[in-house]
Ligand binder design. Structure first.
Ligand SMILES: NC(=O)c1ccc[n+]([C@@H]2O[C@H](COP(=O)([O-])OP(=O)(O)OC[C@H]3O[C@@H](n4cnc5c(N)ncnc54)[C@H](O)[C@@H]3O)[C@@H](O)[C@H]2O)c1
Length: 450
């Protein structure tokens, strides 16, 4: 697992992939004088301009813009200390590998990448160049999650024997994965890789073990043309923009209703035809929306895991059975959703940016064998991803001057390339098992032991 966190990072930074998620990093760099955002790289110059606009709002100088094909030129010219990778998932390796070879510290969004070959390339580049990659698993920094890690590490439930984990994505946020590139398995790895790698990383981190074998069943059972026709939710349009039928479709997104989405996608799509508002009941979707997975860990722990992407509420429940007791976690990120319609705003579509208005309760309970249930106290944070984003950024870059540091009592939070590979491997193995109907050994899938 990860090494102790090192000193805070500072210096010259570039971001490759200047979409929505990158805004978090542009903002965090712009608010810390120890960091300088010197270069941006993307296939779409309009989105880079948007980020330069954010820098200007903070009174910071513009960053130099590089087209994607000039990425290596950027590395040769900009004397970078840090590269932040926030492109779409299947392109992460294209940027991680050359930066590692040049000795640049890489911070990459999850998932680290989307297939075994790309994963191997990243691992080899790090090993051969003594490089450094941090996978930005912000969920590790959510105070609920580090409290769970603490309770388990303190032995309060004894040796963990099994885990039962259910994650629900609602029909606003869950639907968002079916409106754009995530809906293609070759671009996102499907939700098992794109989304569940967060959850699989948490389990690896919580129980301090590595996944060994995986069996799974998955289906596209709600989104897609056929399913939409059967349920009666389907409307006949390709994309929401300009469509009458989409105006009161509860599953549609109206980009004009949110300033950030409008600037990044609506106003920039003339460059690259990136349509972020496609109909979720379409027939070209290649990912699953309902997945059941069994994972066996090297420590002997077994996990049952389920992900649904069309739930009326959003959040998760996870339970740990130990030989001294049981730990239960319940986090309700949205109790329900109000159907969207054109002109009604796009709140909560971009997940985790801020806590939702209809956030529910968050609870951790511990029950020792022969004892009564007790609540485990923890400090709840209401920022992006349950406070995980701020805590992660403070740990990596130090706090924003004049602001209190979002501290975590756990030192070993940061995830490296091995953690990134292990989290992703469970999702890849599940995808393989969906296809073959067989149990998949992680060691065989990766062609090596991690
Ligand atoms: N940790 C989290 O909670 C979290 C949340 C959201 C997104 N993410 C991750 O952040 C990354 C970006 O997600 P997003 O929602 O901002 O996506 P996005 O589609 O909004 O942005 C991606 C950007 O990459 C650019 N791009 C596409 N292909 C490229 C290429 N070949 N070279 C360079 N640039 C290219 C696009 O033009 C776009 O500007 C993804 O890896 C995603 O998984 C993480």
């Amino acid at each position: 697992m990860s090494a102790q966190n090192k000193a805070k990072l500072s210096g010259r930074v570039a971001i490759v992939g200047t979409g929505h998620r990158a805004r978090l990093y542009t903002h965090s760099i712009a608010t810390r004088p120890s960091l300088e955002l010197v270069a941006l790289c993307d296939t779409n110059p309009d989105r880079m301009d948007h980020h330069n606009g954010l820098l200007k709002e903070h009174g910071r100088p513009e960053a130099k813009k590089y087209a994607a094909e000039d990425f290596n030129k950027m590395l040769d010219t900009e004397n970078l200390d840090i590269l932040v990778v926030t492109t779409i998932d299947f392109t992460h390796d294209l940027y991680i590998v050359p930066a590692v070879k040049k000795g640049i510290k890489v911070l990459t969004e999850k998932p680290m990448t989307t297939d075994v070959e790309k994963c191997k390339k990243i691992l080899s580049a790090v090993e051969e160049n003594n490089g450094s990659v941090q996978v930005l698993f912000n969920y590790r920094y959510n105070p609920v999650h580090w409290k769970v890690a603490e309770v388990i590490a303190e032995g309060k439930i004894g040796n963990v024997k099994s885990v039962h984990f259910e994650w629900l994505l609602d029909t606003v946020h869950g639907a968002d994965y079916f409106r754009r590139w995530h809906r293609y398995k070759n671009k996102s790895g499907g939700l098992m890789v794109h989304k569940s790698s967060h959850h699989f990383d948490l389990v690896n981190f919580w129980i301090q073990s590595k996944p060994a074998s995986v069996f799974g069943m998955g289906a596209l059972s709600f989104y897609g043309t056929e399913q939409g026709k059967k349920s009666g939710w389907a409307r006949d349009y390709d994309r929401a923009r300009g469509s009458k039928a989409a105006e009161d479709d509860p599953f549609a997104i109206h980009l004009e209703d949110d300033q950030g989405l409008k600037a990044l996608y609506h106003d920039a799509e003339h460059v690259d035809n990136y349509h972020r508002d496609m109909n979720v009941f379409a027939d070209d979707i290649t990912i699953e929306d309902d997945m059941s997975v069994l994972v066996h860990y090297e420590s002997g722990v077994n996990m049952t895991y389920h992900l649904t992407a069309y739930s009326p509420w959003e959040g998760y429940r996870v339970m740990f059975n130990g030989d001294q007791g049981r730990l239960e976690v319940e986090c309700i990120e949205s109790t329900h959703r109000v159907p969207s319609k054109k002109g009604g705003g796009a709140e909560g579509v971009v997940h985790g940016e801020k806590a939702l208005k209809n956030e529910g309760h968050n609870k951790i309970t511990l029950q020792k064998l022969w004892g009564e249930k007790e609540d485990v106290p923890f400090v709840w944070a209401t920022g992006g991803h349950g406070g995980g984003d701020e805590a992660m950024l403070d740990q990596i870059f130090g706090p924003v001057p004049g602001q209190e540091e979002h501290k975590s009592p756990i030192n070993r939070l940061s995830a490296d390339q091995t953690d990134g590979a292990l989290a992703m491997a469970v999702g890849l193995a599940a995808n393989e098992s969906f296809k073959t109907g067989k149990l998949v050994e992680i060691k065989e899938l990766l062609g090596r032991q991690l």
